[in-house]
Write a protein that binds this ligand. Structure first.
Ligand SMILES: O=C(CO)[C@@H](O)[C@@H](O)COP(=O)(O)O
Length: 232
């Protein structure tokens, strides 16, 4: 039995949620589960259909992005996961999907505005969109750079990854995270639902107003308890 069996099982179970939730097609997307004490994470193997997955097929990678255990090639997004685990110490699970509406907003390079309480239930910021990679940035590993693209955007926008657990990467697609893989999967499903509602809102009324900041604060605190509001 692998000493990493616990995170292989957790990563497998989380990956299997993505097709069940309608968040992926074929082999798109991937989930990883970290053991921060061991400094490794288990991630979906690259190009393997979800129906062919098993805990044993999960690949073990360290926070430098080096494969520690596994016969299959780790996801092509492994370096993005590794960079975020290495530099954001509170996350224990990361999800990447190409869910339809989240990816459409990412391709449009727009943040997803807070139009209603459904969004405000989960975060009090617009869902951020990190700028796309450009030629001068792509030195070496594109996915390695994506992790820094996300971190640099959060730093530039003054966003706290503990509070905003999701991002759109311009011209690419969503990434979400959380203290557990389960929370990261939950965040991916919330992102897709909010992305679809926001798209339809703009179709119905292209002048639809954002929820007022004061209401966002009141609603978030009603949902998560007093003094839980962290503002924009
Ligand atoms: O983002 C992409 C491709 O743009 C990947 O997530 C997707 O193709 C899945 O790749 P992997 O099978 O995880 O290597």
């Amino acid at each position: 039995m692998s000493k990493y069996q616990h995170i292989k099982q957790a990563a497998y179970e989380a990956n299997m949620q993505l097709p069940k939730l309608g968040l992926v097609l074929f082999t798109f997307g991937n989930v990883s589960a970290a053991d921060r004490d061991l400094g490794v994470f288990a991630i979906k193997p690259s190009g393997v259909p979800y129906e062919d997955l098993s805990p044993e097929k999960m690949v073990i990678v360290d926070f430098e992005g080096v494969t520690i255990e596994g016969d299959l090639r780790p996801s092509s997004d492994t370096q993005t996961h590794a960079v975020l685990y290495k530099h954001w110490p509170n996350i224990g699970g990361i999800v990447h999907t190409h869910s339809t509406y989240g990816t459409a907003w990412a391709q449009s390079q727009r943040c997803i505005p807070i139009f209603g309480t459904t969004h405000a239930d989960h975060l009090t910021a617009d869902i951020p969109c990190a700028p796309p990679m450009d030629d001068k940035m792509i030195e070496g590993d594109y996915e390695y750079q994506t992790g820094f693209q996300i971190m640099d955007h959060f730093a530039a926008e003054g966003l706290d990854y503990n509070e905003v657990e999701m991002v759109l990467v311009g011209n690419h697609a969503p990434f979400t995270w959380g203290k557990t893989p389960h929370k990261a999967v939950y965040n991916s499903a919330v992102l897709e639902a909010v992305a679809q509602m926001a798209y339809l809102t703009e179709q119905i009324n292209d002048q639809a107003p954002r929820l007022k900041d004061s209401l966002i604060k009141k609603h978030f605190e009603r949902k998560h308890g007093p003094n839980s509001y962290y503002g924009q």
